[in-house]
Write a protein that binds this ligand. Structure first.
Ligand SMILES: *[C@@H]1O[C@H](CO)[C@@H](O)[C@H](O)[C@H]1NC(C)=O
Ligand SMILES: *[C@@H]1O[C@H](CO)[C@@H](O)[C@H](O)[C@H]1NC(C)=O
Ligand SMILES: *[C@@H]1O[C@H](CO)[C@@H](O)[C@H](O)[C@H]1NC(C)=O
Length: 394
């Protein structure tokens, strides 16, 4: 600042006018946007079938006879694209769901300042290009409900800025790369509704939401995969082939709120009383597994638990009486097991906020007139067989 005092005000004005004219002249000839970004955008558009670009869509307005980032945008580049404040670089591609069909050009990886790539609800097919890993600033990679196939490239682990990765609803296959845990900024990971196989590798430690629903994942849930995930709130792993015993470390993940592990092949659940701290577990669904043993009474000690399903497993014995005393517990589904004794009377007080089912067990008294017991218990013969030919004790 001090140096400008050396110039007279007239000279200063002259200088700035000259530079303004010069800039305007340059703009008229050249674009503001980095030529490499423009070339990458052109390649991106060129790999989408023109017949799938409706005239009213964002992509239809991408006409490269004008500069993509120059403002105001009155005719061209009306949407689907975001630029840096100086209009020099493309920072986001957020396409509309217009039904675009095509492949994702590997050249998008040349858009070096890209922070968001969102292609949700279109018909992109082909592979997820490994070259995306060079987008060091990428924060959101969201391509759900397309037709991408092939593996998730291990180079994905290089995306250190990534906070959200949504690949749900595609045809991605193969095992999950061991490099996932390198995604140190990742908060939300959704790989649901794909064809991934194998087990869950070590997960990135800052994860809040983990969803891998409806894949073909297998093996047991290992502590080493979840170790250090102190912020993990949501675990949605239903409709896979996870097996083995869900061990006690699982429900001690300190931030856990919602767990859905239904429709797997788990054979047991270990659950201890929570060990202090602020326990937020609200909803647990372990239905449609092969869980043996007793209904874990220790769920009683989770102060916020409102919803528990262990329906259609192989549970035996009594329903823990404590569940009747648990005011927060409003949904309790235990139908389709071999439970004996009586259901907790408190659930039959007519409270309309209470729902659940105790049907299709071996309960001594469960009034079929109540919604909670309808339609019926298991046939006596089935129950006798389950308890080794003896009439089950009540
Ligand atoms: C792109 O813009 C130029 C100049 O305005 C125009 O002549 C051309 O028809 C446009 N192309 C498309 C595909 O709209
Ligand atoms: C758990 O997942 C299953 C299968 O995806 C779904 O049907 C069920 O509603 C989910 N449970 C809860 C409590 O949302
Ligand atoms: C879960 O499993 C049950 C029993 O096999 C099946 O009826 C149900 O459709 C499954 N749910 C999902 C969402 O696949």
């Amino acid at each position: 600042m001090g140096k400008t005092i050396l110039f007279s005000p007239g000279l200063l004005l002259h200088l700035s006018l000259t530079s303004l004219l010069l800039l305007t002249a340059i703009n008229a000839i050249h674009s503001l946007t980095l030529p490499s970004d423009i070339a990458a955008l052109q390649a991106f558009k060129a790999s989408i079938k023109p017949s799938t670009i409706p005239p009213w869509s964002c992509l239809a307005s991408w006409n490269f006879s004008t500069d993509p980032c120059s403002l105001p945008r009155r005719t061209y580049f009306l949407c689907g694209l975001g630029c840096s404040p100086d209009s020099a670089s493309v920072t986001s591609i957020t396409l509309d769901s217009a039904g675009y069909s095509g492949t994702l050009s590997p050249l998008v990886s040349k858009i070096s300042q890209l922070t968001i790539l969102d292609l949700s609800d279109n018909s992109f097919h082909g592979s997820v290009p490994p070259s995306l890993s060079s987008l060091f600033l990428l924060q959101i990679l969201s391509i759900p409900r397309n037709s991408f196939s092939g593996p998730l490239p291990p180079s994905i682990g290089n995306l250190k800025s990534l906070t959200e990765l949504d690949l749900s609803g595609n045809f991605l296959s193969g095992s999950l790369p061991n490099t996932l845990f390198h995604l140190s900024s990742l908060k939300r990971l959704d790989l649901s509704f794909n064809k991934f196989t194998g087990s869950i590798p070590k997960l990135p430690s800052n994860l809040l939401e983990l969803a891998m629903k409806a894949n073909s994942l297998s093996g047991s849930l290992r502590h080493s995969s979840f170790d250090g995930l102190t912020q993990l709130e949501v675990v949605e792993l239903s409709v896979n082939s996870f097996a083995g015993v869900l061990q006690s470390w699982f429900f001690r993940l300190p931030s856990l709120q919602q767990v859905n592990l239904s429709n797997n092949s788990l054979t047991g659940v270990e659950i201890l009383k929570p060990n202090g701290g602020y326990i937020e577990l609200v909803a647990v669904d372990l239905g449609f597994n092969k869980i043996e043993g007793y209904v874990p009474a220790n769920f009683f000690y989770y102060p916020m638990l409102a919803s528990l399903s262990m329906r259609y497993n192989r549970l035996r014995g009594l329903i823990p009486w404590q569940f009747g005393k648990k005011r927060t517990l409003k949904r309790l589904y235990l139908d389709g097991n071999y439970l004996i004794g009586n259901p907790p009377a408190e659930f039959f007080s007519g409270d309309p906020s209470v729902s659940g089912s105790f049907s299709y067990n071996c309960l001594q008294s469960c009034p079929p007139s109540s919604q909670l017991c309808s339609p019926s218990q298991k046939p006596t013969a089935t129950c006798k067989q389950a308890y080794g030919g003896r009439k089950p004790l009540s």
